[in-house]
Design a protein around this ligand. Structure first.
Ligand code: LLP
Length: 414
């Protein structure tokens, strides 16, 4: 299904022409399609039908309360990385008992908050963290449910900045160290060993490495069972890639099939932590061309969104499709699509062929994941508004920031 399509030469989100959103809410503006979000979640549910499984949406991909609330209503659990993300989940009506708490650097405050809220599991990533979890649980007079996040050392074949399952990464416990560390965990008084976890990377287009990781994790689970440590769940992380340009991205069923095959016949509940694949293609960033500038070597389309709004191109050289909102009968030109920020790295797209004029709107596609959440206030730029389109309705789900908010917490010296 295509939730962002042209009708009569104008790009729409579901039933709503994008110029209508620009007129009502201004630019830059993140636009999400409710139907696209629901469709992406339903694809996971269908693929997992008949299995004891829980889809824990990775909040880091897009943490707007409206989106969290929508997934909570569909029955999702959540994967969080900070006390802040946990607070968002609870504020959005998510069930803490379905929350997985991940991350290499959980603070004592994070752990206290997570244990008090009664999360489903803390995914522990080091021996030192194991001790800290045990100590914090002891202080609270509770037992903390834990998994070890194991590093299966498989190459996910993705961008080096987003691959996490290799021996050289900072993430997880080395495969060979997992067994002794589980034994240690068993001897700590305030821990309940409930599962095992892995996550090998993001934007994976080939499910084979993830299936290989799942098989390795299953071997460990068997070794643990042989020692009397039986696990209730196996958390296979997130990572399914999406199409940004022309990638052959598998759908949820195709991606999960080899993983499920590797885990066939197992009793443990399966947990997945998809982020990008639930929200990435459900969102676009709407921006307006401020100026067209015809330089000596290159043409520039200078737009009102910048790297502070969407960092992925600047940070990873990521490619996002850029579409004119109105199809025009003017000649195409090749443009560098750049923002107003004072950095040469502030670009949204290189060498794009566009038939546009100054004042036109552009849609930066596939911006629903790791877009708004990675935005900043660099150059004292207020963060964009966010809206959700539902059929012919547009709902503002986050107001555009106001300049005064940006320095409201600052003080001058006496
Ligand atoms: N679980 C864990 C433990 C993770 O670290 C991540 C993502 C996920 C789940 C969700 O992965 P996904 O399904 O979204 O691939 N900012 C980068 C992506 C960073 C991913 C970090 N971890 C980007 O814009 O491409």
């Amino acid at each position: 299904m295509n939730f962002f399509a042209y009708r009569d030469g104008t790009l729409r989100a579901e039933e709503v022409p994008l110029p209508q959103i620009a007129a009502a809410h201004g630019t830059p503006c993140y636009i999400y399609s409710r139907a696209a979000l629901e469709d992406a979640f339903a694809a996971y549910q269908r693929a997992l039908a008949g299995r004891d499984a829980l889809v824990c949406y990775a909040v880091k991909a897009n943490s707007n309360l409206a989106i969290l609330n929508l997934f909570a209503r569909l029955g999702a659990g959540f994967d969080v990385l900070s006390g802040g993300e946990l607070a968002r989940v609870i504020a959005a009506g998510g069930d803490p008992a379905k929350v997985i708490f991940s991350g290499v650097g959980k603070s004592e405050a994070d752990l206290r908050q997570a244990i008090e809220a009664g999360v489903h599991c803390l995914n522990v990533e080091s021996p030192a963290e194991l001790d800290r979890v045990n100590a914090v649980a002891g202080m609270l007079g509770k037992r903390a449910p834990i998994s070890l996040r194991v590093n299966p050392d498989v190459d996910p074949k993705t961008h080096p900045y987003i691959s996490t399952g290799l021996r050289s990464n900072k993430f997880g416990v080395a495969y060979d160290e997992a067994l002794p560390l589980y034994r240690r965990a068993r001897d700590l008084p305030n821990l309940d060993i409930t599962g095992i976890a892995c996550h090998i990377g993001s934007q994976l287009l080939d499910p084979a490495p993830a299936a290989e990781a799942a098989a390795k994790v299953a071997l460990l689970a068997d070794a643990l069972a042989a020692e009397g440590i039986s696990l209730k769940h196996m958390d296979l992380g997130g990572g399914k890639g999406i199409r940004y340009r022309d990638e052959d991205a598998p759908d949820a069923a195709a991606y999960l099939a080899p993983l499920l095959a590797a885990l066939d016949g197992r009793r443990e509940k399966l947990v997945f932590e998809p982020g990008r694949s639930l929200v990435g293609n459900a969102g676009v960033l709407l921006t307006r061309i401020e100026y067209l500038k015809h330089g000596e070597e290159k043409n520039f389309a200078i737009v009102d969104a910048a790297m502070n709004d969407l960092l992925r191109p600047a940070l990873y050289d990521a490619w996002h499709d850029i579409r004119p909102v109105r199809q025009r009968a003017v000649d195409e030109d090749i443009y560098e699509v750049v923002g107003p920020v004072c950095e040469s790295g502030d670009f949204l797209g290189h060498a794009r062929s566009l038939a546009v004029e100054a004042g036109d709107l552009l849609a930066i596609m596939s911006a629903g994941a790791y877009g708004m959440v990675m935005s900043s206030n660099y150059n004292t730029r207020p963060r964009a508004a966010e809206v959700v389109v539902d059929g012919n309705q547009v709902r503002l789900v986050r107001e555009r920031e106001r300049i005064e908010q940006l320095f409201a917490g600052e003080r001058v010296l006496p």
